[in-house]
Structures are given as C-alpha cells and as structure tokens.
Design a protein around this ligand. Structure first.
Ligand SMILES: NC(=O)C1=CN([C@@H]2O[C@H](COP(=O)(O)OP(=O)(O)OC[C@H]3O[C@@H](n4cnc5c(N)ncnc54)[C@H](OP(=O)(O)O)[C@@H]3O)[C@@H](O)[C@H]2O)C=CC1
Ligand SMILES: O=C(O)[C@@H]1CCC=N1
Length: 262
C-alpha cells in the first residue's frame, strides 16, 4: 500500500502511528505539512517519508488521506488536483466539508471517500464512519479494510457525517472529561491521583466491554448493579437530579449545532 497523509497534525499523526503499529502492508507512507521541522526528529523507519511537497507525496502514493483544517482544504485540493489520476483514492477526514464541495474542485471522476475516525486510531481503537461519492463506492471496501485494521467501522449516509463527528471524534474529549471527573471523585474519596485514574480508566473500559461483548442495553447492566436501597441507585439518582443525562445530550446537540457552522 502506498499512502500519503496530507496534513500531519493531531489527527494525521494519530492515523500514521496507528498504521505503523498495525498489520497493514505499507510500501510507503508520506507525511506532509508545511513546517516539517517538528517531524524531522521522529524516527519512523525507512518507509516513512516526511516532506512539505504535497505534489511529490501524491505522485508516489495511491491512497491520499487529507487531514488539514476545514479552512485549509480548498487550497490543498487545488494544489494537488493536477497530480491526481484514476489510481488515486482521496480519503478526507476534514470536518464538515461535504463530498460535493470536494468534487467541486476535483471533479466527479476521482474516487472520494469521507471518513471520520477519532484519535484512538493511534492505538487501533477508532470508531470510524465512512461514506463515498459514486466513483468512490468501488474503493469503499479497501478503505473499510484499512480502517477496520485500526478499530471498528460503520458505513453511513453522508447526511449523518456531522452527527458521527460529534459522537465519535469529539466524543473522545467528552469521554475523557467523564473519566477525569471520576478520577477527581476518587481522589476526594481517598485514592491518590495515579490510583484514582487507574480505577476510572479500567472501570470505563469494563463498562464498555460489557456492552460490546454481551450486546446488552446499558439499563440491563445497570439493573444488575443497583442493589435495592443500595448505594448505586442513590448515587445514580442524585446524578440524574443534577442533570447528568440531560447535560450530556445538550452538550452533544450544542456541538452538533456548531459543526453545522464550520
Ligand atoms: N483532532 C481530532 O481529534 C479530529 C480532527 N478531525 C479533523 O481533521 C482535520 C485535522 O485536524 P487536526 O489534526 O486536529 O488539525 P491540526 O491543525 O493539528 O493538523 C492540520 C495539519 O495540516 C497541516 N497543513 C496545513 N496546511 C497544509 C498544506 N497546505 N499542506 C500540507 N499540510 C498542511 C498543518 O501543518 P503546517 O501548518 O505545518 O502545514 C497541520 O499539521 C480537521 O479538519 C479536523 O476537523 C476529525 C476528527 C478528529
Ligand atoms: O473540534 C473539532 O472541530 C474537531 C472535529 C472533531 C474533533 N475535532
């Protein structure tokens, strides 16, 4: 596989790290950004080429992952357009930029996939949503194979891509804050900071794994934990009186409203 990541920033580098630690058979991995001095000290091995020259990266690659900020996208697409051939697949992870906007620069004859991974891709635990233009449909299987080796995937209708961004990509930050709050609570109850974070992280992982492996609804698992007149239901009800579910849902909707303005 010959892959280029155009825009080796937070997400681009997370994708690169995940790929380099995965089973993917990489022939080459080009990483581009305008200021490459931040990356030149990294020792990624001989398959990784770091360059500020997007055109060179495209010419030597087949799968092109575009990971620049939304405001930078049009300029980057205009710059690389002249190098694109039928062998290329464009995978855009850019937030809020529709396939039709990408087609308006590159045309409809280029395979375009919109993908929304999250930073857990660096540890092969991303939840990645995907959709494609007409030309990209035939490349969707191979793109799905790539992202399946870096976590889990779901093919979705493009109109759900903004919602997927909030739930899965921003979701990493939301879950981090919940883990952080649990850690703070554990410290208040007597654990030192390191132990508190370990308790919070592993309990979060356990709760998630229970649902993934059993296929159960969260309330089925909650019913098993809430002893009648016990401490769990007392704590849970207090959290709901204080607006736990409501504040989470309102936060997700606010995030969604913002994304539609990007
Ligand atoms: N961070 C996240 O968790 C997620 C981000 N996204 C989306 O992914 C995209 C990237 O986000 P993020 O990684 O956080 O942003 P960053 O700003 O960290 O990364 C963008 C990178 O693009 C580079 N860049 C800018 N212009 C060019 C250019 N002309 N040619 C080559 N490289 C360029 C920048 O480096 P330099 O300035 O040196 O060129 C920078 O490293 C955004 O659209 C974001 O919305 C989606 C899901 C999750
Ligand atoms: O905050 C943002 O706008 C981007 C999209 C999802 C994650 N980061």
């Amino acid at each position: 596989m010959k892959i280029a990541i155009i825009g080796a920033g937070n997400l681009g580098m997370s994708i690169a790290k995940g790929m380099l630690n995965s089973d993917l058979k990489l022939d080459s991995l080009y990483l581009t950004k305008r200021t490459i001095s931040d990356l030149t000290n990294c020792n990624f091995g001989t398959k990784v080429k770091i360059t500020a020259n997007n055109n060179k990266a495209i010419q030597n690659s087949e799968i092109i992952i575009v990971a620049v900020q939304p405001k930078q996208l049009k300029q980057v697409l205009s710059e690389i357009k002249c190098d694109l051939q039928s062998k290329h697949t464009i995978i855009s992870v850019v937030t809020g930029r529709k396939i039709e906007e990408i087609e308006s620069v590159l045309g409809k004859e280029i395979a375009i996939i919109r993908s929304m991974p999250n930073t857990a891709i660096s540890v092969s635990e991303s939840m990645t949503c995907l959709c494609a233009n007409q030309k990209g449909e035939e490349k969707l299987t191979s793109a799905t194979t790539i992202f399946n080796s870096l976590g889990t995937t779901l093919q979705i209708d493009e109109k759900l891509m903004q919602a997927a961004t909030v739930i899965c990509a921003s979701g990493i930050a939301f879950w981090m804050r919940l883990i952080r709050a649990t850690t703070q609570g554990a410290i208040q109850l007597g654990f030192d900071a390191k132990e508190a974070q370990e308790l919070a992280m592993q309990t979060c992982l356990g709760a998630s794994s229970l649902l993934v492996k059993s296929g159960n609804h969260p309330e089925q698992e909650i019913d098993k934990v809430t002893t009648p007149s016990g401490c769990t239901i007392e704590g849970l009800n207090e959290m709901e009186h204080q607006g736990l579910s409501s504040s989470l849902i309102k936060g997700l909707v606010t995030s969604f409203e913002k994304i539609n303005q990007i």
